[in-house]
Write a protein that binds this ligand. Structure first.
Ligand code: TIU
Length: 222
């Protein structure tokens, strides 16, 4: 059985049932003027992981393994945006308001797009999600059953919000989950470190973590 060297112990890697899920690598989280910045965050940490995420995506593509992309976004009529989400906190602009990159986190707006360097290829699954988790109110569960995925590798942003929420949803649904440590990022380095530690604690209670190099080595050796 192939393995990925991982924490807290080796991750059994079955290429034929493994997919990569890239969470929310959108301009709204990575560029000034977007949703992430509207919450008061410095988005440069997100931009810094783009080359690593790209390397991971390209490794999966080269091996013929599925790459799934998610986008946090809402319909233009805001029918899938609960007031509890829109009204949260004290952002400079709220979801649905017009910002420098169009309406914030609204499907089809320039700011909602996935970063050019990480753009999905034709035929790759793209999940539009109104929540932080990618299973809530989406077809992701059906898509994963259709392609026969059982192990999921996660990348994207932010580690403790959308990545961790989706990973926990997946773990409860019976998927074996691994997050690529250097292909995920948070606006808060201490939250990233804590989220990764929580995920792999207690004997991989929610999942495994490994570096992008370790994941790519696992693919190369499978
Ligand atoms: N604010 C924050 O850290 N994250 C989000 O709002 N969404 C995602 O993580 N994608």
């Amino acid at each position: 059985m192939a393995e990925i060297a991982a924490q807290p112990f080796a991750f059994a890697f079955r290429p034929e049932t493994t997919a990569l899920i890239v969470i929310d690598m959108q301009r709204d989280f990575a560029e000034p003027g977007g949703f992430g910045a509207s919450l008061g965050n410095d988005v440069s940490r997100v931009t810094a992981i783009v080359p690593t995420v790209k390397r991971l995506i390209e490794g999966f593509r080269a091996a013929g393994l599925p790459v799934i992309h998610t986008m946090e976004c809402h319909s233009p009529d805001l029918s899938d945006l609960p007031p509890a989400k829109r009204d949260r906190g004290n952002p400079s602009i709220r979801i649905g308001d017009v910002g420098p990159m169009g309406r914030v986190l609204i499907a089809g707006e320039p700011g909602t797009a996935i970063l050019d360097d990480l753009a999905p290829l034709p035929g790759e699954i793209v999940i539009k999600k109104p929540g932080k988790g990618a299973f809530y109110a989406t077809g992701l569960g059906d898509d994963l059953k259709r392609i026969g995925a059982q192990q999921l590798v996660f990348a994207g942003v932010t580690t403790e919000v959308c990545v961790q929420t989706t990973m926990r949803e997946a773990n409860d649904r019976g998927y074996e989950c691994l997050v690529a440590e250097d292909a995920t990022e948070s606006y808060f380095p201490e939250f990233k470190a804590s989220a990764l530690a929580m995920i792999r604690a207690q004997g991989a209670i929610v999942g495994w973590t490994a570096t992008t190099d370790q994941v790519l080595e696992g693919i190369a050796n499978a």
